[in-house]
Design a protein around this ligand. Structure first.
Ligand code: GLC
Length: 498
């Protein structure tokens, strides 16, 4: 039985930070180069706190917590490669992570050669409304897409750099604008990912020379050391990264900005990113990977199931196979059961769940991932009350299932064995309602829940059924006789009313 414990926000950040740094190894630039507790960090954090604690941010957080489940999208020039470069797969040698959007770094593709991928980027099958419909049918309430990944290519029209979808490709359409508007039409929130410190095209050495104080830099394998632009990291931040972030937050209606991979970003730069975003729209939530602990949204790490609950604002992030960007030969899809399992693990512990899809170079999201997502969407249609807008309860889970996933490589190496039984339950709460979620329908037709002995309630409902339910208190459990329902393949949720 996993207990929920309350931690004050600042400790939460530290704990999430620790979980992240421990489990996302090799760490893709986890924190920036600020030294926690140094006079500079203390001074900047004093200035940051009132913004982070402002009523506007709180409105952003409330919306975020209500939404709970979102679609992450990694899409860019690399999507045309599908994880293969000149006949060689990501796994056939190279340095750095094997996820498909890392192809430029892993295969050490010179900048000019990589840029030729823009000449062929013409994803005529891309339809923003289709993507939004898929997200909605999957039960997702928000979307976050890569507006620029580590390769430096922007999916929006930019005055700052011509290396963007409108100015450098035959496609010439502003993908970020189209998705922003489609999300608005579809009534879901819209956010962007932006790799602010790691830019293999224009980012120089990503701060290795000027801001890395380690003798043996852990993150050297992430930066472009094969053909870096001849600029300082500071010049890159001032001339490209900060101005592009300013363009994004000023020109598009965003709920969230997912800055990533701070590498050696010094604290004053992280702080400037934060204020630039805050000044444009204080409700936009900023990811923890802005660096130097200036984020509004924590994360346990890429494809990590966190061990503990936290009432702090955080978001679990995961892939639908083992790559963020489209990888043509990775068919290790998370099944609907596994997807629901991840959702429950995150939500019962107080987090959101941002699940990634990797559309291909033509603009289509791989069919198998869509089918799996839609199956969970069906479940959410009936059981969404147990997910959206909920908070963690005193206990997050009871039962024998104990699955530990500690990163993208971890899952891809060890696979995922779903060992959930009819004795496993996850708990969430909303107002005076408590939700008990089971993934496996009990053969006997009776759910036996052990954590409710001290919980007072007057009635139980099975979501999706109007039938009256009979239940009794046995000495160490509540026994609930479940009425027959049509769709129980992925499980069910009980609503306990006070
Ligand atoms: C990592 C990777 C990146 C991916 C991201 C998603 O930082 O570098 O490729 O975009 O995590 O969380």
């Amino acid at each position: 039985m996993k207990r929920y414990f309350f931690v004050v926000p600042s400790r939460c950040v530290a704990i999430l930070f620790l979980i992240y740094s421990t489990y996302s190894l090799p760490a893709a630039g986890v924190n920036g180069s600020g030294i926690p507790g140094s006079p500079e960090m203390i001074r900047l954090h004093k200035l940051w706190k009132p913004m982070n604690a402002s009523p506007a941010k709180q409105r952003g957080r409330d919306r975020f917590n209500e939404n709970k489940y979102g679609m992450f999208i990694h899409w860019g020039l690399y999507s045309q490669c599908g994880g293969v470069w000149k006949g060689e797969r990501m796994e056939d040698g190279g340095t750095g992570p094997k996820v498909a959007e890392w192809i430029m770094r892993r295969k050490e593709i010179p900048r000019a050669e990589y840029a030729t991928l823009a000449n062929t980027f013409n994803p005529v099958k891309f339809d923003a409304d289709d993507w939004v419909s898929i997200a909605k049918a999957a039960g997702m309430k928000y979307m976050v897409i890569t507006s620029k990944h580590h390769d430096g290519f922007a999916l929006f029209d930019s005055e700052v750099s011509d290396f963007n979808v409108v100015k450098a490709t035959p496609f010439r359409r502003d993908v970020i604008r189209e998705l922003e508007q489609a999300c608005e039409r579809g009534g879901i929130a819209f956010g962007v990912y932006y790799s602010h410190a790691l830019d293999w095209r224009d980012g120089g050495d990503s701060g290795m020379k000027d801001f890395c104080y380690d003798e043996k830099p852990k993150q050297s394998m992430f930066v472009n050391d094969f053909d870096p632009a001849a600029v300082t990291f500071s010049d890159y931040i001032i001339q490209k990264s900060l101005p592009q972030v300013k363009e994004l937050v000023s020109n598009y209606k965003l709920s969230e900005i997912w800055l990533d991979t701070p590498i050696y970003t010094p604290p004053d730069f992280s702080f400037r990113f934060y204020t630039t975003i805050y000044d444009a729209n204080p409700e936009i939530l900023v990811s923890q990977r802005i660096g130097n602990e200036f984020g509004d949204i924590g994360t346990p790490g890429d494809n990590v199931i966190p061990d503990e609950a936290s009432e702090n604002t955080w978001e679990g992030i995961a892939t639908t196979n083992n790559s963020w960007g489209f990888k043509s030969y990775d068919k290790d899809w998370k099944s609907p059961q596994e997807t629901l399992f991840w959702l429950l693990e995150n939500v019962s512990k107080g987090g959101n769940f941002l699940l990634n899809v990797g559309p291909d170079g033509s603009g289509l999201i791989p069919k198998q991932s869509v089918d799996n997502l839609l199956a969970v969407g069906q479940w959410l249609k009936i059981n969404g009350a147990a997910i959206y807008g909920t908070k963690p309860w005193a206990i997050t889970h009871e039962g024998p299932a104990g699955i530990s996933i500690k990163g993208t490589e971890h899952r891809s190496k060890h696979g995922f064995q779903l060992n959930v039984t009819s004795e496993d339950f996850w708990f969430t709460k909303k107002g005076d309602k408590l939700y008990v979620i089971g993934m496996v329908w009990p053969e006997s037709g009776t759910a036996i829940v052990r954590s409710l002995n001290d919980y007072t309630f007057t009635d139980i409902k099975l979501l999706g059924s109007a039938k009256k339910i009979s239940w009794r208190k046995e000495f160490d459990a509540i026994e609930v006789d479940l009425p027959e329902i049509e769709s129980k393949e992925l499980g069910y949720a009980l609503e306990l009313i006070r």
